[in-house]
Design a protein around this ligand. Structure first.
Ligand SMILES: [Zn+2]
Ligand SMILES: [Zn+2]
Length: 187
């Protein structure tokens, strides 16, 4: 069975900073991706409610990396297991998971894709329409082509290639609207 994917909030970096926030549902797993900075916290809980869930019904939260603009609101989901690049955290339990790839559910998994930071992961959601990826390897469809915060552009390009090799049809960038992979300006 494929997962369902919903874009909850579209991120931006002009006139403020907000993270793109997404929701993936796979069986009994309700997964929020990158609950970071938003204009008001109520926007986030409201978007989750509009998708049919209370914040307490969210089972998992996963962050693409550790910058606070993508992690600020993890605590809003009081019962969720929180996942980052190296571990899963729930109440006072810290469980390390594999670094290169880990699965959140049968149709949702994460791959290590360093480039923006050393701790970046990209989250893949297998839907009926095809593969969706949430990744900070792209800020938005319009760029920047070269991430000004990247520690190593060669590493970042290798991670972009790793993601694109899996042929996702939709990319949810860190701070912009989801876009079709074919719209990516690779020039
Ligand atoms: Zn960042
Ligand atoms: Zn960011």
């Amino acid at each position: 069975m494929a997962a369902n994917f919903t874009s909850l909030l579209v991120g931006y970096v002009v006139g403020g900073v907000a993270s793109s926030v997404s929701l993936a549902i796979d069986g009994d797993r309700v997964v929020v991706i990158d609950p970071g900075m938003v204009a008001q916290r109520g926007l986030l809980s409201g978007a989750v409610a509009a998708a049919g869930f209370s914040t307490s019904e969210v089972t998992d939260v996963v962050v693409t990396h550790l910058h606070l603009d993508h992690t600020m609101n993890v605590g809003l989901f009081d019962r969720a297991i929180v996942h980052d690049f190296m571990a899963s955290y729930h109440d006072d339990i810290w469980e390390n998971h594999p670094i290169d790839r880990f699965e959140l559910s049968p149709s949702i998994y994460a791959l290590a894709t360093p480039g923006h930071t050393r701790e970046d992961i990209s989250i893949f959601v297998e839907t009926e329409e095809g593969l969706v990826v949430c990744s900070h390897l792209w800020w938005s469809k319009k760029g920047p082509l070269q991430d000004p915060y990247s520690f190593d552009h060669t590493v970042l390009e290798a991670s972009r290639a790793r993601v694109l090799a899996l042929d996702p049809y939709l990319i949810v960038p860190g701070h912009g609207e989801p876009f079709l992979t074919g719209e990516l300006d690779l020039a």
